[in-house]
Design a protein around this ligand. Structure first.
Ligand SMILES: CC(C)(COP(=O)(O)OP(=O)(O)OC[C@H]1O[C@@H](n2cnc3c(N)ncnc32)[C@H](O)[C@@H]1OP(=O)(O)O)[C@@H](O)C(=O)NCCC(=O)NCCS
Length: 169
């Protein structure tokens, strides 16, 4: 049975599928570093764009990046690769949205795809004064969506404990 989380008054929950986003680009020589493989900053830009559109699709509001966590580069990416960043909402708080992005490299012209990167990006929806504003709750339907939510909830608790510790110092 679908589970609704943290429903701010008057906001209809949204499913994960409603905000799924893909950003894709063919890698050219200017995207490469001195080793001839794709610059990490280029990949992060695609990740941030895909995740940002995903967060704005979910919230229906402007969103700003507040944190990029756990960036992993599993394999080098070469010029001529078609790169695809696929973003989906893992978790929503009152004003924040955690988005998971998976990056795939499609070799041209063979079409063989490899998973190259994983990344977690948190956004905050903002009003016209750039102050945090509530987001719709996430409607969890599948077992995988519920597991991703639980993992995000753990990270959130850990981060809040860490911040509270810092504030006490
Ligand atoms: C994002 C911003 C609006 C948040 O403002 P703030 O006054 O710190 O907001 P709050 O402390 O009330 O936190 C708002 C939400 O962000 C979350 N948050 C804050 N810091 C976070 C972090 N490091 N990681 C994950 N979430 C974080 C809070 O948990 C809260 O979530 P919730 O409402 O779902 O519980 C503000 O920090 C900002 O403008 N940052 C700059 C953003 C930017 O320029 N990004 C790059 C270009 S898009």
């Amino acid at each position: 049975m679908p589970v609704e989380r943290r429903k701010p008054a008057g906001m209809a929950p949204k499913g994960v599928r409603e905000s799924l986003t893909e950003v894709a680009d063919l890698m050219f020589p200017p995207d490469a570093n001195m080793h001839g493989t794709i610059f990490g900053g280029k990949i992060l830009q695609m990740v941030d764009k895909a995740a940002g559109v995903c967060a704005m699709r979910h919230s229906g509001k402007p969103c700003v990046t507040v944190a990029i966590e756990r960036v992993e580069f599993h394999v080098p990416i070469r010029v001529g690769t078609f790169l695809i960043a696929r973003a989906r909402v893992h978790h929503t708080g009152r004003t924040s949205i955690e988005v998971g992005v998976e990056v795939y490299a499609e070799d041209m012209p063979s079409g063989i795809r490899h998973h190259t990167n994983s990344c977690l990006v948190t956004f905050v929806a903002v009003d016209s004064d750039l102050k945090p504003t509530p987001v719709p709750p996430l409607l969890l339907k599948t077992r995988e969506e519920k597991e991703l939510w639980k993992a995000a909830e753990k990270r959130r608790k850990w981060r809040l404990n860490k911040t509270a510790g810092r504030r006490r110092l």
